[in-house]
Design a protein. Sequence first.
Length: 95
Amino acid sequence: MAAFLEFAMLFAFGFSWPFAIARTYRAKRVDGKSPAFMIIVIAGYFCGISAHLVEGTKLWLCWVYLADVALVSTDLALYFHYARRQRRAAGELKQ
């Protein structure tokens, strides 16, 4: 039962990231996004993976964690891409 609940939690968190990614991609802006938050979330997922590897149990959940890491990493990459573009555009406006 605990594994199912952990899977449900990971699924719920993972289900929300494609919406965040799509919003960032469509808007091409990162206002209100926090790269520190995304890095902390990724670190948390790696802690969850590490716990399962150390215990040697429920290793199948590691794949769900990795899928969530991939989603958050995609949003983080978009953040840096669009933040750089925004800074560049702001610099051009000042000149």
